[in-house]
Design a binder for this molecule. Sequence first.
Ligand code: SF4
Length: 150
Amino acid sequence: MKASTLLSQIKADIKKYHDLLPDPKYKPGDDSVESIISGYNQENFRKIMDSKYEGLEEDINKKDLDDFKRRIDYFFSIYAPDEVEFREFIKLISIYLSFIAKKPLHPPGIVFDNGKKVYKKGSHFICTGKNIFLKDKESLCRYCVAENEE
Ligand code: SF4
């Protein structure tokens, strides 16, 4: 499958999840993890809806894509088994980030509980916790474009 076809599918499928966009209570300047992630979801939803397909000729590896979806299903089965709609929304956003936009799954600016963080350095995205989080069972970091800090 070409990247343009995948993006077209994401765009068609994600429309119905518009109501899952972050609550307006999340304001710019609020740097809580929830606010940063909600803002990132909102930003990427808008980007998907405004996206064009030209130049997206890359072939998407179906095995990787299926494995990626399976890992998201695993994550939700552990932490939020009843959040079916939200799981599908996050799945679409995450596929877009990793396979189309080539942006990290966690937003630059986020600081995790263990103090590790994600940031942009030039044209690269750095995640200082990637080495650690890669060891988690069914980790999505394997498919994330963020690089380890040297
Ligand atoms: S490498 Fe892992 S922890 Fe770091 S941004 Fe990507 S998905 Fe998140």
